[in-house]
Design a protein around this ligand. Structure first.
Ligand SMILES: [Ca+2]
Length: 170
Protein backbone atom coordinates (compact mmCIF):
# COMPACT_ATOMS: atom_id res chain seq x y z
CA UNK A 1 0.00 0.00 0.00
CA UNK A 2 1.34 3.41 -0.76
CA UNK A 3 0.81 6.10 1.82
CA UNK A 4 -0.51 9.44 0.77
CA UNK A 5 -1.16 12.62 2.62
CA UNK A 6 -2.68 15.99 1.90
CA UNK A 7 0.57 17.85 2.46
CA UNK A 8 -1.11 21.15 1.84
CA UNK A 9 -4.06 22.66 0.02
CA UNK A 10 -1.88 22.67 -3.13
CA UNK A 11 0.35 19.65 -2.49
CA UNK A 12 0.12 15.87 -2.22
CA UNK A 13 2.71 13.69 -0.50
CA UNK A 14 3.08 10.13 -1.80
CA UNK A 15 5.27 7.38 -0.31
CA UNK A 16 5.10 3.97 -2.06
CA UNK A 17 5.19 0.89 0.16
CA UNK A 18 8.57 -0.91 0.15
CA UNK A 19 8.95 -3.21 -2.85
CA UNK A 20 11.85 -4.60 -4.89
CA UNK A 21 9.95 -4.29 -8.12
CA UNK A 22 9.93 -0.92 -9.90
CA UNK A 23 6.54 0.70 -9.94
CA UNK A 24 4.81 3.64 -11.55
CA UNK A 25 2.48 5.97 -9.67
CA UNK A 26 -0.69 6.96 -11.49
CA UNK A 27 -2.72 9.99 -10.40
CA UNK A 28 -6.45 10.20 -11.03
CA UNK A 29 -9.40 11.95 -9.41
CA UNK A 30 -13.06 10.99 -9.25
CA UNK A 31 -13.78 14.70 -9.04
CA UNK A 32 -11.95 15.35 -12.34
CA UNK A 33 -12.27 12.37 -14.71
CA UNK A 34 -9.95 13.95 -17.31
CA UNK A 35 -7.01 13.72 -14.90
CA UNK A 36 -5.00 10.58 -15.62
CA UNK A 37 -1.25 11.07 -15.44
CA UNK A 38 1.86 9.52 -13.93
CA UNK A 39 4.18 10.95 -11.33
CA UNK A 40 7.72 11.82 -12.35
CA UNK A 41 10.65 11.49 -9.94
CA UNK A 42 10.70 15.26 -9.34
CA UNK A 43 6.97 15.38 -8.53
CA UNK A 44 5.96 16.55 -11.98
CA UNK A 45 3.22 14.84 -13.98
CA UNK A 46 3.75 13.03 -17.26
CA UNK A 47 1.65 11.00 -19.73
CA UNK A 48 3.98 7.99 -19.71
CA UNK A 49 4.65 5.78 -16.67
CA UNK A 50 7.95 6.28 -14.83
CA UNK A 51 9.12 3.05 -13.16
CA UNK A 52 11.25 3.39 -10.03
CA UNK A 53 11.75 1.30 -6.90
CA UNK A 54 10.12 2.49 -3.69
CA UNK A 55 13.57 3.53 -2.42
CA UNK A 56 14.11 5.62 -5.52
CA UNK A 57 10.67 7.21 -5.13
CA UNK A 58 10.98 8.01 -1.43
CA UNK A 59 8.53 10.75 -0.50
CA UNK A 60 7.26 12.45 -3.64
CA UNK A 61 5.67 15.87 -3.31
CA UNK A 62 3.28 16.76 -6.11
CA UNK A 63 2.47 20.47 -6.22
CA UNK A 64 1.23 21.97 -9.46
CA UNK A 65 -1.88 23.38 -11.10
CA UNK A 66 -3.58 19.97 -11.13
CA UNK A 67 -3.49 19.83 -7.32
CA UNK A 68 -6.27 21.99 -5.94
CA UNK A 69 -7.97 22.30 -2.54
CA UNK A 70 -10.78 20.09 -1.22
CA UNK A 71 -10.37 17.50 -3.98
CA UNK A 72 -10.15 13.73 -3.73
CA UNK A 73 -7.28 12.12 -5.60
CA UNK A 74 -6.33 8.49 -6.10
CA UNK A 75 -2.76 7.25 -6.43
CA UNK A 76 -2.39 3.80 -7.98
CA UNK A 77 0.91 1.92 -7.83
CA UNK A 78 1.33 -0.02 -11.07
CA UNK A 79 3.93 -2.63 -11.91
CA UNK A 80 5.46 -3.03 -15.37
CA UNK A 81 2.93 -4.86 -17.52
CA UNK A 82 0.05 -2.91 -16.05
CA UNK A 83 -0.62 -4.95 -12.90
CA UNK A 84 -2.03 -2.79 -10.14
CA UNK A 85 -0.27 -3.26 -6.84
CA UNK A 86 -2.06 -0.79 -4.59
CA UNK A 87 -4.29 2.25 -4.56
CA UNK A 88 -4.64 4.97 -1.99
CA UNK A 89 -6.83 8.02 -1.72
CA UNK A 90 -6.02 11.53 -0.62
CA UNK A 91 -8.31 14.49 -0.10
CA UNK A 92 -6.53 17.82 -0.16
CA UNK A 93 -7.37 20.20 2.70
CA UNK A 94 -9.45 23.34 2.11
CA UNK A 95 -8.18 26.47 0.37
CA UNK A 96 -5.78 28.28 2.68
CA UNK A 97 -5.15 25.28 4.96
CA UNK A 98 -1.38 25.09 5.46
CA UNK A 99 -0.74 23.61 8.89
CA UNK A 100 -2.48 21.73 11.68
CA UNK A 101 -2.43 22.09 15.41
CA UNK A 102 1.16 21.89 16.68
CA UNK A 103 4.67 22.16 15.29
CA UNK A 104 5.07 20.43 11.94
CA UNK A 105 1.47 19.15 11.96
CA UNK A 106 -0.15 18.53 8.58
CA UNK A 107 -3.19 20.63 7.61
CA UNK A 108 -6.20 19.73 9.75
CA UNK A 109 -9.15 20.99 7.71
CA UNK A 110 -9.48 24.28 9.60
CA UNK A 111 -8.29 27.56 8.14
CA UNK A 112 -7.46 30.07 10.86
CA UNK A 113 -4.86 32.63 11.90
CA UNK A 114 -2.26 29.88 12.40
CA UNK A 115 -2.39 29.12 8.68
CA UNK A 116 -1.96 32.77 7.71
CA UNK A 117 0.85 33.04 10.26
CA UNK A 118 2.54 29.96 8.80
CA UNK A 119 2.59 31.51 5.32
CA UNK A 120 3.95 34.74 6.78
CA UNK A 121 6.67 32.69 8.49
CA UNK A 122 7.54 31.05 5.16
CA UNK A 123 7.76 34.52 3.59
CA UNK A 124 10.06 35.69 6.39
CA UNK A 125 12.05 32.44 6.13
CA UNK A 126 11.58 31.76 9.83
CA UNK A 127 13.35 28.55 10.84
CA UNK A 128 10.16 26.93 12.15
CA UNK A 129 8.14 27.73 9.01
CA UNK A 130 6.51 24.83 7.14
CA UNK A 131 8.20 23.54 3.97
CA UNK A 132 7.83 25.63 0.83
CA UNK A 133 5.31 23.31 -0.88
CA UNK A 134 2.82 23.95 1.93
CA UNK A 135 3.11 27.76 1.77
CA UNK A 136 3.43 28.16 -1.99
CA UNK A 137 -0.31 28.17 -2.73
CA UNK A 138 -0.47 30.91 -5.39
CA UNK A 139 -0.75 31.22 -8.44
CA UNK A 140 -2.57 28.40 -10.31
CA UNK A 141 0.80 26.76 -10.99
CA UNK A 142 2.74 27.35 -7.74
CA UNK A 143 5.82 29.38 -8.63
CA UNK A 144 8.32 28.21 -6.01
CA UNK A 145 8.09 31.54 -4.19
CA UNK A 146 6.25 32.66 -1.08
CA UNK A 147 5.31 36.33 -1.29
CA UNK A 148 2.43 38.68 -0.50
CA UNK A 149 0.23 36.92 -3.05
CA UNK A 150 0.55 33.62 -1.16
CA UNK A 151 -0.21 35.41 2.11
CA UNK A 152 -3.21 37.08 0.45
CA UNK A 153 -4.40 33.69 -0.81
CA UNK A 154 -4.31 32.26 2.72
CA UNK A 155 -6.33 35.26 3.94
CA UNK A 156 -8.90 34.61 1.19
CA UNK A 157 -9.12 30.97 2.26
CA UNK A 158 -9.65 32.09 5.84
CA UNK A 159 -12.50 34.33 4.64
CA UNK A 160 -14.01 31.29 2.85
CA UNK A 161 -13.56 32.95 -0.53
CA UNK A 162 -13.60 30.07 -3.06
CA UNK A 163 -10.46 28.79 -4.76
CA UNK A 164 -10.13 31.10 -7.79
CA UNK A 165 -8.55 28.84 -10.43
CA UNK A 166 -9.85 26.08 -12.67
CA UNK A 167 -9.24 22.48 -11.70
CA UNK A 168 -7.22 19.92 -13.63
CA UNK A 169 -9.86 19.82 -16.37
CA UNK A 170 -9.94 22.90 -18.59
CA1 LIG B 1 3.76 31.35 -4.66
Amino acid sequence: MSQSSGEGCRALGVTPAPTDEPLALRLTSQDFPCLDQFLAADGGLTDSPVFLTSDEWGLVIVANEQIIPSTRYAVTAELAGGAVSAQSWITTPPWGDVIGNGPGALPDGNVNFSDIGAVVNCFKEVLTAPPLHRCDIWPAAPDGLVNFSDIGASVEGFKSIPYPYAGPCP
